[in-house]
Design a protein around this ligand. Structure first.
Ligand SMILES: *[C@@H]1O[C@H](CO)[C@@H](O)[C@H](O)[C@H]1NC(C)=O
Ligand SMILES: *[C@@H]1O[C@H](CO)[C@@H](O)[C@H](O)[C@H]1NC(C)=O
Length: 802
């Protein structure tokens, strides 16, 4: 018992160790954000790679807090109360790439051990208690640094000297509380993008003037003017002078309509080509601006998440302003727009994105001014009737891409659709459409996205779409591959996540010319019908995209989850005709083989011999002792025609009597008792013999005497109910040679229970063995036999058939 417990404990320990060793290799993310911690948690797994500690009450970060986690890549300890930091504490965290220590109480930090963090990509020191930006001069060692975030209340010219040699992606300056800025300070910085949280009031002027010439991309954020404000409006409006900015981004701003108007007009007169405005809250009241685009190089204007806190709302103004924008690519998304008027003839929109609003299908009906429009995005609006949407686009004679996904669309059967012939890409995903949508499609459509609708099949009578190259019907309710013969140019077909149990032979062959098919994640039934499809996949795995891991059996239960590529069914188990043909063929071959063997090796003869031998054996066994106790003198009596005596004397007798004389044969010449009649002698001989051997040949049947002998022997056969006859067929006897009256012989021959004398020498051995076996029986010794006088039986039933 103790031993068992001991072994069990050992096994458990080993498993635990294995588990530990295994889990040790997995990376660990420690998330302790917002837990009101006062200290950094100790004893974390040493394999920790990320440490989230933001929004706690931690006042110090020490060497011992992080040194035991050598794989640490990410530390976020923002929003805490750390006052001091020595970068040397990361001496054992050689992989540290992200360090966010923003929103703490740092007044200074020690960078003498800056080499410890030389892999840093991202460093955020913003929103601490630094008064100036005089960064430690060793910062230029961080050659891999791409993102740097700082903030200060005072900026001096030398502040950025330490990072002037770094090539940053983004420099963020949190300057909301800036009080003084020395003109030209930003000039030292090299960064692709400069992001400034804009100073309040007039303090914004100088830094922004410098920012307009520092980088090509500028983001200005955190501007809040709840009432019309002079600054930073005036500061930003300076952008039209000397600016190098190509991409300007505003994020998170609250402004009056008037201020936005002023700023936009100055941007339209500047170097800015791409203007993005994210999260704008409009306050105060609407005004109408007639913008001047005569100096504009603007290519794109995108506004997203626009909301309004306006008391005096006049809906016409903003709509009118949008329609008068002179920009090719215009976005007004997620801005609660209900209606868009038809713009004047002068508009140059090529791309119009008004996604995520509340626009209905009454817009742009009979609107003939959007002649340049190539791409129209109406994703996630309130469009409903597909035929109406089509008539809306009918006069957009350049339209090639239309996105009306995520609307609640329906198509009323029989209504005519009017798409522009130029339309080649149509996105109608997630729109609740059914099979009938195929009756309302642009003729020259090349890319059609019908993902996530209610399509069960593509109607048989659908017209040919000879231009269609890419068809996406994923996430629908298809039960089979579509009929690709309707789409002669199809290159990509996506039918993932449908209800395809088993693609039909016809459809999968019709889709043979499609270059790439995505059909994974369907509930495949792994059965004979699927074999053709599986073969296609195995032959050209590149054609069925994701073949190696996203095609699995769903049914039957036994093979659920098996990848189709690993599922095999033999040709034989699936093809009934083949199965029958195979069975028939093999049977025929077997029979032919047997026939051949029989002929070649004379098998039937051997079988007959064997059969005789077995019968003899069986009978000997059955014989009772009483049978054997009969006074037998001979093993066998041989009856033969005089003409066959040569064979009997030279062949049969020597072979049977050979050896020790243990087998005795009764011959009528030798053992006949003189004074008795021939018939009596014959009967005696038969009576005293265990068996009677008859050598059959054409000569035999001619001999009258032989027939008597046979008759007697046969009589005994019935009389004593024991089969004592052995027939040896020395030569074949044609039936017609047997005289008609010898019907007994005929009957015996017909039974074919005779031994055939083989011509081939090789078979003689078996013949003799068989014959000897048949007459082998224990018989009193010859001396006794001689002493016993032969008993003579009364011949009473002797009757010859005549
Ligand atoms: C650190 O956490 C703060 C607050 O949870 C979050 O705003 C900030 O983006 C995080 N910093 C990084 C680099 O992910
Ligand atoms: C089609 O619309 C869906 C949903 O809005 C979007 O996820 C997908 O990217 C769009 N496809 C194309 C090709 O624009």
């Amino acid at each position: 018992m103790e031993q068992i417990v001991c072994i069990a404990a050992k096994v458990f320990l080993i498993m635990l160790m294995l588990l530990c060793a295994f889990s040790e290799r997995e990376e660990f993310v420690a998330n302790f954000s917002g837990r009101q911690l006062r200290n950094v948690p100790q004893d974390l797994p040493s394999r920790t790679i990320a440490l989230h500690l933001s929004q706690n009450n931690i006042s110090a970060l020490l060497f011992s807090d992080v040194s035991y986690m050598p794989g640490l890549k990410f530390i976020n300890i923002s929003y805490n109360f750390i006052e001091e930091l020595d970068l040397g504490i990361f001496a054992l965290n050689k992989d540290l790439q992200y360090l966010d220590i923003s929103h703490n109480s740092l007044r200074s930090f020690t960078c003498s051990s800056i080499h410890a963090v030389q892999h840093l990509k991202y460093l955020d020191f913003s929103y601490n208690k630094f008064r100036t930006m005089s960064l430690c001069k060793e910062l230029h060692f961080l050659s891999r640094l791409k993102y740097l975030r700082l903030s200060a209340t005072e900026i001096h010219k030398s502040d950025f000297d330490a990072i002037s040699s770094l090539e940053l992606e983004t420099l963020y300056l949190g300057l909301e509380d800036l009080s003084s800025y020395e003109r030209g300070s930003l000039q030292a910085v090299t960064t692709k993008k400069l992001h400034i949280a804009v100073p309040k009031g007039v303090a914004s002027l100088l830094p922004l003037l410098d920012a307009f010439t520092t980088s090509q991309t500028l983001e200005l954020s955190n501007i809040r003017c709840d009432t019309p404000c002079e600054y930073p409006t005036t500061s930003i409006s300076q952008i039209n002078k000397l600016s190098r900015i190509k991409t300007l981004i505003f994020s998170n701003l609250t402004m009056s309509f008037a201020n936005v108007g002023t700023i936009l007009q100055s941007i339209f007169n500047s170097s800015v080509e791409y203007l993005y405005i994210y999260s704008l809250t409009l306050v105060h009241k609407y005004l109408y601006f007639k913008f001047d685009f005569s100096n504009s190089v603007l290519k794109k204007l995108a506004m997203k998440h626009i909301s309004k806190k306006v008391f005096l709302y006049h809906g016409i103004y903003p709509n009118r302003m949008y329609s008068e924008m002179v920009v090719e690519d215009f976005t007004l998304s997620d801005s609660d727009i209900v209606h868009l008027p038809c713009p004047p003839e002068t508009n140059i929109f090529h791309v119009l994105d008004v996604s995520e609003n509340r626009i209905t299908d009454v817009i742009f009906q009979n609107c003939s001014s959007l002649v340049h429009l190539e791409t129209l995005n109406l994703r996630r609006n309130k469009l409903e009737e597909l035929a109406k949407v089509s008539s809306m686009t009918s006069s957009m004679i350049s339209l090639s891409v239309l996105d009306i996904s995520e609307n609640l669309l329906y198509y009323e059967n029989g209504r005519k659709c009017y798409w522009p012939v130029t339309l080649v890409a149509l996105n109608m995903s997630s729109s609740g459409l059914t099979d009938s949508v195929f009756e309302c499609l642009p003729i020259k459509i090349k890319l059609l996205n019908l993902q996530n609708n209610q399509i069960t099949s593509i109607p048989k009578a659908v017209r040919l779409f000879t231009y269609l190259e890419e068809l996406n019907i994923a996430f629908n309710r298809l039960t089979d591959l579509p009929d690709c013969s309707r789409f002669s140019s199809l290159v990509i077909l996506n039918v993932e996540m449908n209800s395809i149990f088993s693609p039909s032979f016809e459809s999968s062959h019709n889709c043979m010319n499609v270059k790439t098919i995505y059909a994974g994640n369907n509930p495949f039934v792994c059965h004979c019908d699927l074999r053709d499809f599986i073969n296609q996949g195995n032959i050209a795995p590149d054609r069925l995209s994701g073949w190696l891991n996203s095609y699995k059996c769903q049914y039957p239960d036994g093979v659920r989850g098996t990848l189709l590529k690993d599922f095999h069914l033999s040709e034989l188990s699936c093809n009934t005709t083949l199965l029958i043909v195979t069975i028939l063929t093999s049977t025929v071959v077997l029979i032919l083989c047997l026939c051949f063997l029989c002929r070649f090796f004379n098998v039937p003869w051997y079988i007959r011999m064997l059969w005789q031998w077995m019968r003899t054996k069986y009978r000997t066994k059955k014989m009772t002792t009483q049978d054997l106790e009969r006074d037998l003198l001979f093993h066998a009596f041989v009856s033969y025609s005089e003409h066959d005596s040569d064979w009997v004397k030279n062949c049969l007798l020597p072979n049977l009597q050979k050896e020790d004389g243990s087998i005795r044969i009764c011959q009528h010449e030798r053992h006949f008792i003189p004074g008795k009649g021939i018939i009596e002698n014959i009967i005696n001989c038969i009576e005293k013999s265990y068996k009677s051997i008859f050598v059959l040949s054409p000569n035999f049947v001619q001999s009258e005497w032989c027939h008597y002998e046979l008759y007697f022997a046969h009589h005994r056969l019935f009389h004593e109910n024991s089969d004592s006859l052995i027939l040896i067929l020395l030569e074949p006897i044609p039936q017609h040679l047997i005289p008609a009256r010898y019907h007994k012989l005929k009957a015996l021959m017909a039974c074919r229970s005779y031994l055939e004398w083989p011509m081939e020498k090789s078979k003689h051995g078996l013949f003799w063995t068989n014959l000897k076996e048949a007459i082998k029986v224990k018989i009193p010794t010859s001396e006794q036999a001689v002493e016993n006088p032969l008993h003579c039986n009364q011949i009473d039933e002797l009757e010859l058939d005549s």
